[in-house]
Design a protein around this ligand. Structure first.
Ligand code: SF4
Length: 321
């Protein structure tokens, strides 16, 4: 594997890495941008990188990474720029770990961090490559030790939960509870509470229904971090707290994440529009309040305007391949 290019955003870098069989994958390292209240608006709407730099969280407190798990993806989600890339199979555990080593070797100034959140969700749907992904997750401490870093890892498994990938929930929760003492972030991509719409947004993929996911997780022991149901909120796409409650959503097991739809080529081609973002962010906060007033823990997350280009998965691989 070798680095083909490095692209810079105000809060970090995107590595374009070529595999030995000449497939271009992406890995990222970003610093968190932390702000509240009025400043949050200032940062969100910033087109000047200096505004972002002022609010970067120290590496020692939090650091964010993502790595790819497959060469492309078999799915064709309408909002994702990985979808048009050709699919050439799984990365093996060594190739997943190699991306982490590339990031670390290119950031020799970060020696210590009390939270390194690493998402196995750049290019690829990790549940189709679960043994290699969970193998790399279990090996994170060895990787940081080998490279002389003092890190506390927070692995993050993001999935649309395709039905054909058997026992993903059980396998991820096993590693979460038995290797990470509950400190693994399991995030399920949901995007709508209307199952037909979900299927359509996931390009026809046969995914587990929300009801099945909720039932399954309600019956498994979950400690420390709850499971996140992630909704990219889109115009005319239903996100109903009432429906989720009827399905038995348990606030001790789940939390909700609401994020705007960021600009991707695929979303644009498919005429998807965000429900809220920069100009009407308060709509997102209203939806957040609706969840909160029903006792459901919820976070909203939006990226700054000047980081929108390039931050979404597959965008740069599309351009540079
Ligand atoms: S969102 Fe995930 S599953 Fe869907 S096309 Fe993109 S990488 Fe694949």
């Amino acid at each position: 594997m070798n680095i083909k290019d490095v692209l810079y955003l105000p809060s970090g870098k995107i590595f374009l890495i070529e595999t030995d069989d000449k497939y271009l994958i992406e890995a990222t390292e970003m610093r968190d941008v932390s702000v509240d209240g009025k400043l949050h608006l200032e940062v969100r709407e910033a087109t000047d990188p200096r505004v972002i730099w002022k609010h970067l969280v120290l590496y020692s407190k939090k650091w964010l990474m993502t790595v790819s798990t497959q060469k492309g993806c078999v799915h064709n989600c309408k909002f994702c720029d990985v979808a048009p890339l050709p699919f050439k199979g799984n990365l093996n555990q060594g190739e997943i770990e190699e991306q982490i080593k590339i990031i670390l070797n290119n950031t020799p100034y970060v020696n210590k961090s009390s939270k390194v959140k690493i998402g196995f969700a750049r290019i690829g749907e990790p549940s189709w490559n679960i043994d290699n992904v969970l193998g790399a997750i279990k090996n994170l401490n060895n990787i940081s030790k080998e490279l002389n870093r003092d890190f506390t890892w927070l692995p993050c498994f993001n999935s649309i939960l395709p039905r054909g990938a058997k026992e993903t929930i059980e396998k991820v929760i096993d590693v979460k509870e038995n290797y990470y003492n509950g400190f693994l972030h399991f995030q399920v991509s949901c995007n709508s509470t209307d199952e037909n719409k979900r299927k359509e947004l996931f390009g026809g993929a046969d995914v587990l229904s929300l009801e099945e996911i909720i039932n399954k997780i309600n019956n498994i022991k979950i400690t420390n971090r709850t499971v996140t149901l992630n909704f990219i909120v889109m115009k005319d796409v239903e996100v109903s707290v009432e429906k989720l409650k009827k399905m038995g959503l348990n606030k001790n097991k789940f939390s909700i994440k609401l994020i705007p739809l960021n600009k991707t080529n695929n979303a644009e081609d498919n005429k998807l529009e965000t429900y809220a973002n920069y100009s009407n962010y308060e709509k997102l906060l209203e939806l957040k309040n609706e969840f909160e007033s029903n006792g459901v823990p919820v976070v909203v997350d939006a990226i700054a305007k000047c980081e929108e280009a390039g931050l979404c998965c597959g965008q740069l691989a599309q351009i540079f391949r």
